[in-house]
Design a binder for this molecule. Structure first.
Ligand SMILES: CSCC[C@H](NC=O)C(=O)N[C@@H](C)C(=O)O
Length: 696
């Protein structure tokens, strides 16, 4: 009898393994492209490709656009590539290697996920496109090549340095009190415009040479940001935000966050406000990709993005007269905005198109400033995002994916509408080709909020499958009906596909506070430490999953990272009866540090009420009802969510003698910079859910 039982178990396990057609390593082996950029001439493109932790640069040129690898970094050492750019003369490319630029703090400090005995530096590199030589030039970050291609300006210790492109030594370009946030060469390359943070306020200045003092642009006690040279170098446009610290307003009330667009004369520094945001909640500072997206365009027009009609849309204005004109309209968001080389066209990603499912996709759109008409350039069931114009102004490059294929660069010839996919052979030969197609589902939360989600389910298998809710982070994010354009969410898309392959029914929930569904959804009230009402959407997702005929309501799990880790912990604390197991990846748990409750002897009028609500919005308030098994995961060089958020919660579990499992990743960050760490996290996440939900 025992032998028969043993044989049956063995066959069951064998069936499980054999019925899985790919491993976590295989589904996580997708190459991830980023930093897409184009040359000023020659219709060339360049991008960074992360191939299982080996990050290198590829370029491709018309007419074939065959990808050519121009660097040879051959270690999975977690050193990312950023600030990729061509020189105007087309002779070389510059980039930064190292750092963790997706961080909220210390992004320009070296990251060392391989735990080497010397922490890698953040350095500026140059690759000659004439002889192929790649060389590290200097420590530094945020390089910008001068218009004449002779000098590279960069930031070091928040000051501007320069290095001659030919043999030369880096030197500080000038000294100024404060921290320089950004800078831009003038069109003629003779001056540098910079944004300077001085703590309570920000100034905009122009450096010309050592003999002339800095020219301040309309200095004030406000916070002036996002300065941009006009195309002729005579004017400066910038955004003005309130400076200093306000009185302690009510914490639980949503408030308008004002902004203005100013234009000043570059020579004299004098200027004036040309546009004020509507004094409504929707007129507040936009918080989607690129924020204001302030650009000078052809015919000396100013282009910017505003949320004022309830959706992130493009507007244009005359910098002198001021009235604005809305360029994009409709119930969709505009994202990843870039202008053509001649500044006559604006390209962008948008979740709109002829198919009602397009709200959960991205396609490429264009506005031609000659007639202000908007057209969609791509359509269909794929995901297209992050467009950049090629130098002939007839083509664009972008990142393209489907539900089956991960992101790759592609080129669209606008007149012929022909799309050419590039670097397809960089997808490993054993990469799975039988993924599930995520299905759009729409359901309501208990308060009536309409929620979108994606169901991942492999056909066949058990009649009653275990279910898993995936909760994204951000929270200003949107999961899509295909591979995602962000690296973090390309990885979670891979994990969801793997969980479906293991026999789970996965529901990825686009909870309120996410983007893509308008202002009221993105900026919903009483959320996070103000009441956590976004958790209603996560609970509704669990209940929706449990209600499905083919899902076992007693085997529902949950996992999520960062903000998704916060909501995973809240779910396990508040509803262990619904969520039977969870994986909390670098989650947020202690919320009081997130809100400035008291300042000096002044208190917000709703201070006491806000403190109580913040506590009840925190997973810490529900430890006694938290009975479901949990795996905690955190990298201890996390620069988005302090590792203390997990160490402190584990301390409370220990003191309460509550069981848990854990995985700490020494020296890695919020983004699993080392591929082998990413595999370890993905594998332990899947195995923990499998152990508790999927064992026969
Ligand atoms: C508001 S808690 C911070 C969560 C964190 N946001 C930014 O760092 C987060 O969710 N990070 C990733 C996963 C993301 O931004 O999507």
């Amino acid at each position: 009898m025992k032998k028969i039982l043993f044989f049956l178990i063995l066959m069951g396990l064998f069936y499980e393994v054999i019925s899985q057609s790919f491993t976590i390593e295989q589904i996580s082996s997708y190459p991830f492209p980023s930093e897409l950029t184009t040359s000023q001439t020659g219709n060339s493109i360049a991008w960074a490709m992360n191939e299982q932790g080996l990050r290198n640069i590829y370029i491709s040129q018309e007419p074939e656009y065959a990808p050519k690898n121009i660097t040879s970094f051959d270690k999975d050492d977690g050193q990312e590539i950023t600030s990729l750019q061509f020189s105007n003369d087309g002779k070389f490319i510059v980039f930064v290697r190292g750092g963790e630029h997706g961080s909220n703090w210390n992004y320009d400090a070296g990251i060392n996920p391989a735990s080497e005995t010397n922490i890698p530096k953040v350095a500026i590199w140059k690759v000659s496109l004439e002889n192929g030589k790649a060389e590290m030039l200097t420590e530094g970050d945020n390089p910008i090549i001068s218009p004449d291609s002779k000098t590279i300006a960069f930031l070091k210790n928040r000051q501007i340095w320069t290095i001659p492109v030919a043999e030369g030594k880096a030197s500080q370009h000038f000294e100024v009190k404060g921290s320089i946030n950004s800078f831009q060469w003038s069109p003629d390359g003779k001056q540098i415009l910079f944004e300077l943070n001085r703590g309570t306020h920000s100034l905009i200045g122009i450096y010309s040479d050592h003999d002339r003092p800095i020219q301040w642009i309309e200095p004030s006690f406000q916070r002036d940001v996002s300065p941009k040279w006009s195309l002729d170098g005579k004017m400066i446009a910038f955004v003005r935000l309130p400076g200093g610290k306000s009185e302690p307003h009510p914490i639980l009330e949503q408030r308008h966050s004002p902004w203005e667009i100013w234009v000043a004369d570059a020579a004299s520094g004098s200027g004036s406000s040309r546009w004020k945001s509507p004094e409504t909640l929707m007129g507040s500072v936009p918080t989607t990709h690129g924020r204001f997206n302030l650009h000078w365009a052809a015919e000396n027009q100013l282009v910017y993005l505003s949320y004022e009609d309830g959706w992130p849309h493009l507007y244009t204005m005359d910098p002198f007269s001021g009235p604005s004109k809305q360029l994009t309209k409709g119930q969709f968001m505009v994202e990843h905005i870039n202008l053509s080389h001649d500044k006559s066209k604006i390209f962008f990603s948008a979740n709109t198109g002829s198919d009602k499912l397009d709200i959960d996709r991205r396609h490429i759109g264009m506005v031609n400033l000659k007639d202000d008409q908007m057209v969609m350039l791509t359509e269909g069931e794929g995901i297209e995002a992050i467009p950049v114009a090629l130098s002939d102004n007839q083509k664009i490059a972008f990142f393209s994916a489907t539900s089956q294929r991960p992101m790759l660069p592609a080129i669209l010839d606008i007149p012929t509408k022909e799309i050419k996919l590039i670097a397809t052979d960089l997808i490993p030969s054993d990469f799975p080709d039988n993924l599930v197609v995520p299905k759009q589902v729409i359901f309501k939360s208990s308060d009536g909020m309409v929620i979108h989600g994606q169901i991942f389910e492999k056909p066949g298998g058990s009649s009653k499958k275990p279910g898993v809710v995936f909760v994204h982070g951000g929270p200003q994010r949107q999961m899509l009906l295909g591979w995602h354009y962000g690296d973090y969410y390309s990885n979670t898309y891979a994990v969801n596909q793997y969980l479906a392959e293991m026999g789970f029914v996965v529901l990825s929930v686009n909870f309120r506070l996410g983007i893509g569904y308008g202002y009221e959804f993105h900026k919903a009230p009483r959320t996070y430490w103000q009441g956590a009402e976004e958790y209603l959407d996560v609970k509704a997702a669990g209940e929706y999953l449990a209600s499905l005929e083919n899902v076992d309501e007693n085997r529902i799990g949950i996992y999520g990272g960062s903000y998704g880790g916060y909501l995973t912990a809240l779910a396990l604390g508040k509803d262990s009866g619904l969520f039977k197991v969870g994986v909390d990846i670098h989650g947020v748990h202690e919320l009081s540090s997130r809100l400035k409750l008291q300042d000096g002897f002044e208190q917000a009028p709703d201070y006491t009420k806000a403190l109580k609500i913040a506590w009840l919005s925190s997973p810490l308030a529900y430890l006694d009802t938290w009975t479901s098994p949990v795996l905690f995961i955190h990298g201890d060089d996390d620069r988005n969510v302090q590792v203390s958020q997990t160490t402190d919660l584990i301390r409370r579990f220990d003191e309460k003698k509550k069981p848990y499992e854990y995985l700490i990743i020494p020296d890695d960050s919020h983004h699993w910079m080392k591929h082998s760490n990413l595999i370890k996290v993905n594998k332990e996440t899947a195995e923990f859910l499998n152990k508790h939900l999927n064992q026969k």
